[in-house]
Ligand binder design. Structure first.
Ligand SMILES: C[S@@+](CC[C@H](N)C(=O)[O-])C[C@H]1O[C@@H](n2cnc3c(N)ncnc32)[C@H](O)[C@@H]1O
Length: 215
């Protein structure tokens, strides 16, 4: 188990605290509103779903959701939420989606996940995701803007240019967690071989990138 995976296991009981930070509220309302219709009537594969904060908002209009994550303690919380469509949870490694999941989806979502993907594994992740999608599938990625560093400064940069934060939990333990802040040019570069851009929204605390899987 990596340090990041231990961190998310240990943080699961208090994970949702990040959604009550006052500086995030305005952006969260915008993103929730966008997600309430952007994947309407689609069968959605959610990557690194965590406790399902975004799952709930997508479920209001999606046809179905398969919510995946590597950490069972995070996924367990999803079914305690009020969900609007049929939602299954499954423990799946985001880098092995295609080897593990047989179905093909016409929608995909990943919230606050891409920032945890090492730059040198980006192609591996997108290839794994895109093999699970039908042509024309809509993909939505949401993540933190650099404003997040005001709470959690960058403490280390590796030889690939990946940045890391030292995060402490109430158990007193400190975890070094990879957290990148991709530019729109990087996002376009990573998906250009597979997808056509639909939307990019840069908010104060978050960004949203939406594209469709090329036919
Ligand atoms: C920042 S949380 C995001 C959770 C949720 N999507 C949200 O936005 O609230 C990152 C999630 O990635 C999961 N994760 C870490 N490594 C993973 C991997 N290799 N495959 C799938 N999920 C992973 C963690 O367990 C954690 O739930």
């Amino acid at each position: 188990m990596t340090e990041m995976n231990r961190y998310y296991r240990d943080r699961a009981p208090v994970y949702d605290d990040v959604y009550s930070y006052p500086e995030r509220q305005q952006d969260l309302r915008f993103l929730e509103s966008h997600l309430s219709g952007a994947l309407r009537d689609r069968h959605v594969l959610e990557v690194a779903a965590g406790t399902g904060y975004w799952t709930r908002h997508i479920s209001g209009s999606a046809r179905s959701i398969l919510a995946t994550d590597l950490e069972p303690a995070q996924l367990e919380q999803i079914h305690q939420r009020e969900l609007g469509c049929s939602t299954e949870t499954r423990v799946v490694d985001a880098y092995r989606l295609s080897g593990t999941i047989d179905d093909k989806f016409d929608g995909a979502f990943a919230g606050l996940w891409l920032s945890h993907v090492p730059k040198q594994r980006m192609a591996e992740f997108f290839s794994s995701l895109h093999q699970c999608l039908k042509p024309g599938a809509r993909v939505i990625l949401i993540d933190n803007s650099v404003a997040q560093c005001q709470r959690l400064p960058i403490t280390f940069t590796d030889e690939w240019g990946n940045t890391f934060q030292d995060r402490q939990l109430d158990n007193g333990e400190t975890y070094r967690v990879l957290k990148n802040f991709p530019t729109v040019e990087e996002l376009e570069h990573w998906v250009s071989a597979f997808g056509d851009p639909e939307d990019y929204v840069e908010l104060e605390q978050f960004w949203l990138y939406q594209y469709s899987r090329r036919i």
